[in-house]
Design a protein around this ligand. Structure first.
Ligand code: ADP
Length: 765
């Protein structure tokens, strides 16, 4: 650039025929150069050794004043003196020695000014010296590494910046050294010389305009004077004519400069306003970010407190449920054992059924609360089972056909035309969802029908449960999904549910990646729709889920060992499995289990996770080392810890959560052992009896009905069962009446039970 520039100027001068003027111009130029270099050298060789300037040379813009009067002042003074001497004002000798004179002035002026200003304008702010021992530092803007000497700490970018990026930066407005800006330096010095009122007058837009105009017109004047001076060297040129021409040019150019200066000041002003606005907005934004940070922190704290509380609640609930489950498991198990026992007298069968129902109800309540707390605490693990769609749906349909028949309503099931043979999903959770919806539909429908409709398209299943029941008010449609909330339409019915069904259904659907919606019309019925992803299994395993009517099995006799420190549980499992012809071994501790396993080589071990001396996982680890490792099903009151699943060689083959259903246990046993179930013959579906089918001759005497109403009103289930058995044993004529009332009382549907009996009373009366 510099070479091109100089060559171009030289060419222009030659072309313009003012080559002769070069000598003079070079003379002037040499004085400027001497003044510049002189000021620099004086600073280095005089000021530094004398201690008038800092010992180190600082070159980074970030640490320098825009103008240091030592250099600039010495150079200006030296240039003026040299130029004046060159013009011959001081006589011929100084004219000849103008350059030397300029050098001498620079050498004197530089230390003099440095002394006068006490070297205050060398360093605007102390450079950072300590970079933590780093040998190279990365620039926050260009991201190149530089040595520490090249770097400055930049407050505008909040990081280290290299000297090149710093020099090119225009938007920072010298945030790191505002006092060192030329305008501030100028105003500060003006304040020293002039009273405050004068300074504030000058420091306005008008003052600035006049200043810029003065600078421009002086420059124009100086250039034109130089031109005049050069041209008049030629004696044949008319000096007066030239002077008046140059004056005219001067005024014209000054007018143009006046407009230019005004535009410049305006542009500066609008830039300043824009920058101020930007920085105001940035400040507001920063304040907002700060406020958000504070809110965030508060939220975080509140969340932690809430989580701790919820954690404590969950722990409490888990502990409580564990305490409740253990005895409940025995009740449930023995009820099942007794139900299968042919020696139990027929009249006791309903009592056993009541025990099982009550235990199941309690177990459902505990499970529900536990499920909700687990889902809400984010500690819920979905299983992935291969589910045979047809068998799965048949089970559910069979179950609800019976229930619907017992309530005197019809049950329809519509399957899609193409039903996948097997799908992947959490079988128990899907069953739970459908059971919740279908039992509600049956519970809240007094006449008409309940329909389960399934659609399956693109791996997405849609289950629609429709009923012709009491319906739900529009305002209740959202509320019924909250725990313990009941719709107003169902308020005058005797509540028979836990009030948790829909809450759990919705939570489960959500975590299974699905969606649930409901539409309803009061008095006409409701439709719940669950959409859920059920990916099809293309190579299904072979298992059977027809476990409910298992009588025995085909294949070699299998030995199953039950390991549990709770004796009730060991005996219960034995009582459940021995009738199906399994050989049962029991062990109360890990050590006993290992010893028995060594001796008897069982085919399957049911292993309790929490035992005092050695826990189930430790036992499983030992068992794994055995040559013919038996299949292992872990039993626990808690959902499996995912870490045991992540093992490359799983310690166990399956997992069961207590209390479990016999069917569940049989399903898992079948999947692990090489056996085939032998089923008992399918029982006849009970004949559905409805209130309309009962004729007056089937009715017991009025006194019995009154007593049954009284027992129903106080909810004395055992009393009802006894009374019904007594009526049944008196005469077979009342058989249908007794069966019908049993269905109602077994389902805990006391409201309906009483209502039906009251209608008989009025009929008879
Ligand atoms: P509950 O154990 O009381 O059935 P849910 O959570 O399953 O608890 O249901 C909450 C409430 O929603 C019920 O009490 C009932 O008022 C209403 N509800 C649910 N399903 C139906 C339905 N099919 N028809 C009418 N009301 C229903």
């Amino acid at each position: 650039m510099w070479v091109v520039f100089n060559v171009t100027i030289a060419l222009l001068l030659m072309e313009l025929g003012i080559f002769r003027a070069l000598e003079r111009i070079l003379g002037f130029y040499s004085i400027v150069a001497v003044a510049w270099v002189g000021a620099l050298v004086a600073d280095l060789v005089i000021n530094k050794p004398l201690g008038l300037s800092p010992p180190l040379i600082e070159f980074k813009r970030a640490h320098l004043y825009d103008i240091n009067p030592v250099g600039v002042g010495a150079m200006v003074l030296s240039t003026i003196t040299g130029v004046l001497a060159l013009t011959g004002i001081f006589g011929t000798t100084p004219q000849a020695l103008a350059a030397f004179l300029a050098l001498a002035v620079a050498f004197v002026a530089a230390p003099a000014i440095a002394y006068a200003t006490r070297g205050a304008y060398y360093i605007a702010r102390a450079p950072r010296r300590d970079w933590g021992g780093q040998t190279t530092i990365r620039c926050v803007i260009c991201e190149h590494p530089f040595e520490p000497e090249d770097m400055a700490q930049c407050p505008a970018y909040s990081g280290p910046i290299c000297s090149l990026c710093c020099s090119l930066e225009t938007r920072c407005r010298d945030l790191c050294k505002p006092h060192a800006r030329v305008s501030n330096q100028f105003v500060k010095n003006l304040r020293r010389l002039l009273p405050e009122s004068a300074v504030s007058t000058i420091n306005t837009n008008l003052g600035r305009y006049l200043g810029v105009l003065l600078l421009f017109s002086s420059l124009i004047g100086a250039v034109l004077a130089l031109v005049y001076f050069q041209i008049t060297l030629d004696t044949y040129i008319n000096g007066d004519g030239l002077k008046s021409a140059l004056w005219t040019v001067y005024f014209v150019l000054t007018i143009i400069a006046g407009i230019g200066a005004w535009l410049l000041v305006l542009a500066q002003e609008s830039r300043r306003v824009a920058e101020e606005e930007t920085s105001r907005q940035t400040d507001l934004l920063m304040q907002e970010i700060e406020a958000h940070k504070r809110t965030d922190e508060k939220l975080q704290r509140a969340k932690e407190v809430a989580e701790a509380a919820s954690e404590a609640k969950s722990r409490h609930l888990v502990g409580l449920s564990h305490e409740l489950r253990t005895p409940l498991n025995s009740i449930l198990g023995y009820a099942q054992v007794l139900e299968r026992d042919p020696t139990i007298p027929a009249k006791r069968a309903p009592a056993v059924k009541v025990i099982r129902h009550s235990a199941e109800h309690l177990s459902g309540l505990i499970d529900g609360l536990l499920d909700i707390s687990k889902i809400e605490a984010g500690r819920f693990h979905l299983e992935r089972n291969e589910v045979r769609t047809k068998e799965f749906l048949n089970q559910i349909v069979e179950m609800f056909q019976l229930q619907a028949a017992a309530r005197g309503i019809t049950f329809h099931f519509y399957a899609p035309e193409r039903l996948p043979f097997a799908v992947n999903t959490d079988e128990n959770r899907l069953r739970q969802i459908l059971i919740n919806l279908l039992s509600n539909a049956i519970k809240f429908t007094d006449e008409g029908s309940v329909t389960l409709r399934m659609n399956y398209r693109n791996q997405v299943a849609e289950f629609i449960v429709e009923d012709t029941g009491i319906g739900i008010h529009t305002e209740d449609l959202e509320r019924i999904f909250l725990p313990f909330e009941r719709a107003r339409a169902s308020r005058n019915r005797k509540a028979t549910g836990t009030g948790l069904g829909l809450t759990i259904t919705r939570l489960l659907t959500k975590i299974m990646g699905g969606d649930i919606s409901v539409t309803s019309e009061v008095g006409k019925g409701s439709a719940f729709c669950v959409k859920i992803l059920l990916s099809e299994v293309f190579n299904p395993r072979t298992t059977s889920v027809m476990e409910d009517r298992v009588r025995t099995y085909r294949g070699a006799r299998q030995t199953i060992m039950v390991v549990d420190d709770d004796e009730n549980h060991r005996v219960l499992v034995r009582d459940l499995l021995e009738p199906i012809d399994f050989k049962i071994l029991t062990a109360s501790s890990g050590a006993e289990c290992l010893e028995l396993a060594e001796r008897h080589k069982p085919n399957l071990i049911l292993l309790d996770v929490s035992m005092p001396d050695m826990d189930g996982w430790q036992v499983a680890q030992q068992l794994r080392l055995m040559p013919d490792r038996p299949a292992i099903i872990m039993l626990s009151a808690f959902a499996p810890d995912p870490k045991h699943k992540a093992e490359p060689y799983p310690l166990n083959d399956d997992y069961l959560i207590k209390p479990f259903d016999l069917r569940q246990l049989l399903g898992k046993i079948h999947a692990l052992l090489d056996i085939e179930w032998v089923h008992a013959d399918k029982p006849e579906a009970p004949r559905a009896i409805t209130a309309e089918m009962l004729t007056p001759t089937m009715m017991p005497p009025q006194g019995d009905i009154e007593e049954l109403i009284r027992l129903g009103q106080i909810g004395y289930m055992r009393g009802i069962q006894n009374k019904l058995s007594a009526i049944e044993s008196r005469s077979t004529a009342h058989q249908d009446f007794v069966s019908y009332m049993r269905v109602l009382s077994d389902g805990f549907d006391l409201k309906r039970y009483v209502a039906v009996l009251e209608s008989f009373r009025s009929d008879n009366g």
